[in-house]
Every structure is written in C-alpha cells, then in structure tokens.
Design a protein. Structure first.
Length: 437
C-alpha cells in the first residue's frame, strides 16, 4: 500500500524523465552494460509477514541462482510504505538496484519515466516468451501498445471471505453471489455489536481497488480512450456511492471502519467481529491471528447479477507484483538471467506457494497446491473475471485523488452525514480537478 505523497512523486519523476537518459546512463538506449557481470542488487517487495521473514524465504533461492550462474545477488527487502518513493528517487538519481519488484498498478507510471528496461519480443524470448504468462498479468505490466515495463512475478485477485459460524447462526446457508444478496445477508448479520462487512476506509489503494471493480460493473473506466480522467460519469458516481452506501445507507459496515488503513478489517474478521471481508490471499493472515482454516470459507466477489465474467461482470482488479530491470544496470545479461530464474516454473511454484499467491506463469499453475479452495477462486478470477487498473502514466495520481474522495465520503458516513449522489459527484469533481492541475 502507498503513502499519499507517492502519486505526487510519480508526477515529479515523469516531469524530469526527459532530462534523465536511461536512469543515469547505460551503453544503449534499451539496456545497460555488463561491467559487473558477477553481481546484482535486488530490491524485493515485502510480501510476507515481515521483512525478516522475506529474507529467510528468498535467501535460499538466491543462493540457488548463485550456484547455477556464479552471480551473487545482494538482497534488500523494502517495506511497501517506502518502496515506491525509493524507486522514484532511483529513477531521478540513477542510483538504484539492477532488478526490483514493483506493484503492478505502478507499471505504466514507472514506464513513463523511461528508467525501466522495455520487455520487447527479444527480451521476452530470453526468459521463455510472452506466452508463458497469463494474459491478465501481462496486461498489468505497462501501457497497451507498448512493450511491457516489467514481467509478472506474483499474481493476486480479490475474493469474498466469510465466517462460517456467523453465517450459520444467522441462518444463511451459502455466500452471496450478487450485491443485493450481500446487502440482504448483511442486514441479518449486522447485530449485537457485530457487523457484516469489513472495509479499510482510510486506505486509498484499497478504496480504488473496490470502486474500480464496481465502476467496471457500472460501465465506467474512470479514464476515457485517450487516457484523460473521467471521474464524474454516471457509472463512476454510482460505483463510488454503492461502495460508501454499504456504511451510509445499508448499515452493514461499522462506522469505525472509516478510519481503518492497516488491515484492521482482517483482524476484525479473524476475531469474529465481522462476518465478511473482500481481500487478496488472506489465509496466512487469518492463520497468524489464530483462525482455523475450517472456520472460514471463500467465494468469488459478488456481481450485479448472474456469474462473474468479463465487462460488467468483472469482480476483481488484477492484483500482483511485477519484476523490472533498470535500464542502466551494469549487468544486463545477469539481470535477464535472474528474471528468467525467478519466473521459471519451479521457482514460481516454490515462491507462490510460500506467499499464497497465484503464479502468473501458466505451467506453474498445474501444481495441485493451487487447486486448494481459496487459491482456486483466486486463480479462476484472474483467468476469467479480473481486469487491470487503468495503465496510464498518472494512475498513481488517480489512486490518490479518487482514493481520498472515497476516504472523505466514508468519514461523512461515519459521522452520520448524508451521502447523496450530489455529494459523491462533488467529491469526484474535486478529485478530477486535482488531476488536471
């Protein structure tokens, strides 16, 4: 998840990109040199419960790579709160790693800086070809029509997690498949100090993830075909209002959730205070908080009617982590070998099992581990009913502007203020004006 200042930093990085050639220089316009063929620096994103846990998970794998290639990898695990700003500083200073992880929603924004190696057909062939990866993951790796700015590493999607006992106590036999069913079930579940649905009302990225999906269901993309912000369409307004109305009108989200931004909704779920939560690969978090696997179930995120699919039946954004190479690397050949290693069938099975994610590599998905109930829902969602967030250079500004608007609307709902179509549109108009400044 990102800090508010991250989007402004993206804008700064893009504005100065014209004065930076390949992030500090290299020997060519599309790749670095091989001045240091025996070493690589790798910035990994914090995927596990802690930075130290990630070091323990990744270090044996990096030793395997060193044994195979003779290339030593210097690992730094960067917390999510710092990652984007660290990357942006590197794009402007030229002092960055050789290889790094990026949130897939950042791909187009970072692509626009010109600092990342483009994965054209030649570079993709060096790691086995584009066809090895699922389409939805590649679609979240950069602007449409241009070579991807990164390679998919870990894929995720959203699912609906539900507390089996709370459902049974309320006389509910199956998880809701539509939003109308979710609201109806939610009113049965929201009683005696317990609530139906958890939310992270102050988490800008999570706000965007949820409202983007609802926007798809209402026929809104939040950007027009030219990449211009379009936040005030009827569909966009309806999507934001529907999400905030779970608290403001339907009364199935606790008012206190308006202040949540650090996964408190998962704690509430694990402690039996909330019956449902929309999340990505939550099993390990539930286990760490003492919840047994048999205590919860998982189902696809609801849709307006029918079954999940494409277009207005989209029920998740394409979540995940991509792997990128800085163009000014002093070990371009080694960097490509490392990306090939990390996206190999065997490493994908090992790492994605450990992190509870879905391999974006097709062949790795055949492992039986990814057919477990939770991962099967996530995998099927990625394959059939997930859409990437807008791959536009100012995507990060979008997350800040609209994510903040949703945060403010949740605050209004928590305070008992009316959340009307007019107030939602006014907040989105303000967000759009922020984008245009």
């Amino acid at each position: 998840m990102r800090h508010l200042r991250a989007a402004a930093a993206v804008t700064l990085a893009i504005s100065v990109a014209a004065g930076v050639t390949g992030c500090g220089g290299g020997t060519s316009s599309d790749g670095g040199s091989n001045e240091s063929p025996k070493t690589l620096t790798y910035w990994a994103s914090n995927q596990g419960p802690s930075v130290e846990a990630d070091k323990k998970i990744l270090t044996p794998e990096l030793k395997k790579f060193e044994k195979e290639t003779g290339i030593k990898v210097k690992l730094e695990v960067v917390p999510w709160a710092d990652l984007l700003n660290r990357i942006l500083a590197a794009t402007t200073s030229g002092q960055g790693p050789d290889v790094l992880n990026i949130g897939n929603t950042w791909s187009a924004s970072l692509q626009a800086t010109g600092a990342l190696l483009p994965w054209d057909d030649k570079n993709l062939e060096a790691i086995g070809g584009r066809d090895r990866f699922i389409d939805s993951a590649v679609a979240s790796a950069g602007k449409e029509g241009e070579p991807p700015a990164a390679v998919p590493l870990y894929s995720l999607s959203y699912a609906l997690y539900y507390n089996k006992k709370m459902f049974a106590d309320a006389g509910i036999t199956t998880p809701p498949a539509t939003w109308d069913q979710l609201v109806a079930d939610g009113k049965k579940l929201s009683k005696d100090g317990k609530w139906a649905l958890g939310a992270e009302g102050s988490n800008l990225s999570n706000n965007i993830h949820q409202t983007f999906v609802l926007g798809q269901q209402h026929g809104a993309d939040f950007f027009d075909k030219d990449g211009k912000a379009d936040f005030t369409s009827d569909g966009a307004v309806s999507a934001v209002k529907q999400y905030v109305d779970f608290m403001a009108k339907d009364k199935i989200i606790a008012p206190g959730n308006a202040e949540y931004a650090q996964n408190q909704s998962l704690t509430d779920f694990a402690k039996g205070r909330t019956a449902m939560v929309l999340w990505q690969a939550a099993a390990t978090t539930f286990a760490s908080q003492g919840m047994k696997p048999e205590d919860w179930g998982v189902a696809p995120v609801p849709v307006p009617a029918g079954a999940p699919g494409a277009g207005k039946q989209t029920n998740s954004m394409v979540a995940g982590i991509n792997m990128a190479v800085f163009k000014n690397t002093k070990n371009i050949d080694g960097a490509k070998k490392f990306v090939k290693f990390m996206t190999s069938d065997e490493e994908q099975k090992i790492l994605c099992k450990t992190y509870g994610s879905i391999p974006p590599v097709k062949a790795a998905q055949s492992d039986p581990a990814f057919s477990a109930p939770e991962l099967k829902v996530l995998r099927d969602t990625l394959a059939t009913s997930a859409a990437p967030l807008p791959q536009v250079p100012n995507e990060s500004q979008f997350e800040t502007a609209v994510g903040t608007a949703v945060k403010e609307l949740f605050a209004d709902a928590a305070a008992g203020k009316p959340v009307t179509t007019e107030t939602v549109k006014a907040r989105l108009e303000k967000a759009q004006q922020t984008m245009q400044q």
